[in-house]
Structure formats: C-alpha cells, structure tokens
Design a protein around this ligand. Structure first.
Ligand code: B16
Ligand code: MG
Length: 215
C-alpha cells in the first residue's frame, strides 16, 4: 500500500502567522482600529479573502469591491515585505528531520496550504526540494475545511486519499483532512485540535517509531 504525507505550511513547517499578523494589524491600524494576537488566531488556515472579510467585520467597516481588492493587495505587499528575509532559521524544530526520514524511504511528500505564497516561502527556507508536489491557494477554489486541497495533493502524489497522512495546525485543516478520509495529525494545542486522530505539540514530540508505524 503506497502511503503519502501532506504538510500544511503556516504553523507546521514555519511560523508565518506572526508575519500575517503584522500585515493585518498594519491594515487595521490604517483603517482606524486595533487587531489583537488573539483575533489573529481566527485567521489560521483561512484564505486571504476570508481573512479580510473577518477583519472588516471586526472593524465594522463596509467596503466597496474596489476598496476590498486594494486592501487585499496592500496586505499581501506588506506581508511579502515582512517575509523578505526569511531563511532556514525559521523552520520549526525537527521538521527537516521528519522530511529527511520520509525522503530516505521514498515516501511521496506534498504541501497542502491555503497560502498563495507557499512556493517562495519553501524556497527561502531551503525545503522546496523535499516536496514532490505543491498544492496551495493558487490551485484550489474551495478553502479548508473543504477537503479539495488535500484531495488534489493525494491525486498529484498518485496515492489514495485514505493512505495519506496530514499534518495540520488549524481546526479547519483537521476538518479538511478528516473529510478527505486521511489520517489527521494535529500540531499544536490538543484541546483546540480535538478532532485530530493524533496530537503533538510540535515535531520534537514525534518519534521515528510513530512515523514508521504510519508508513
Ligand atoms: P496568503 P496555511 C494560511 O497558511 C495561513 O494560515 C493563513 O493565515 C493565511 O491567510 C492563508 O495561508 C493565506 O495566505 O495570504 O499567503 O495567500 O496554514 O494553510 O499554510
Ligand atoms: Mg496552518
């Protein structure tokens, strides 16, 4: 039985949430309201468009389509500026160890992210070559919790969905993995990610024996 492994990006491989937060906060402040780290939790795994809708609801701001489009672009330009100098030091602990372990065993690896900036981020941190395919916000029409992103990743890996394992840090991502009939592994707070089949605080807690059992 051929197995496949799918990794989310933000919160699993790198912590880009802090840069998304800075960019959204800058926009909120320009529009005249505060945006807190706590509110930023709602944005994890959520598409850029949906994030702006939530942000404007928080600020009680009504936007024309033109303003909405301008603010989407502005936020992304600021985000790109914040991530400009990202490098391998921003990879979350033990992620390369797990990728290497899978690679040595010829296990197909995919990225399954909501971000439209996924590929340049993987390049910046030097992990791009580990991935056999990348499915991100540029390739899907339905956002997580819809399983589209993971089903497409499985298809591109040539692996049956029920033989795929997904690492996710967002509730919507765990729901998407479960809806795709995949093995869902929550990375982060197990009380938040309580729908995941397995939970770990981060990759340092995942043993090679655990991965071997999944293969
Ligand atoms: P972009 P993930 C998600 O990444 C982030 O968690 C989420 O906060 C962000 O809004 C989304 O990507 C879109 O990102 O603006 O770069 O297209 O966790 O799915 O890897
Ligand atoms: Mg994530």
């Amino acid at each position: 039985m051929k197995k496949g492994f799918i990794f989310d990006l933000d919160g699993v491989i790198v912590d880009t949430a802090k840069y998304h937060y800075l960019a959204w906060k800058k926009l909120a402040n320009e529009l005249g309201f505060e945006f807190t780290q706590e509110q930023n939790e709602l944005f994890k795994g959520v598409s850029r468009k949906r994030c702006l809708e939530i942000l404007l609801a928080i600020g009680k701001i009504e936007a024309t389509q033109e303003q909405f489009d301008t603010w989407m672009i502005e936020k992304n330009l600021d985000y790109l500026e914040f991530i400009k100098n990202m490098d391998e030091s921003e990879i979350l602990p033990d992620v390369p160890k797990v990728l290497e372990f899978l690679k040595e065993r010829n296990i197909p690896i995919a990225l399954g992210s909501a971000s439209k900036n996924a590929q340049p981020i993987l390049e910046k941190v030097g992990l791009l070559s580990y991935f056999d395919t990348i499915v991100d916000g540029n390739n899907v029409t339905k956002a997580k919790p819809d399983p589209e992103v993971f089903l497409l990743a499985a298809k591109q890996l040539g692996v049956d969905a029920n033989n795929c394992v997904v690492f996710e840090d967002a509730v919507a991502g765990i729901k998407a993995a479960n809806a795709a009939q995949m093995t869902s592994i929550g990375i982060g707070d197990k009380n938040v990610l309580n729908e995941a089949q397995f939970n770990f605080i981060d990759f340092t807690q995942i043993s090679t024996d655990f991965i071997k059992n999944l293969i």
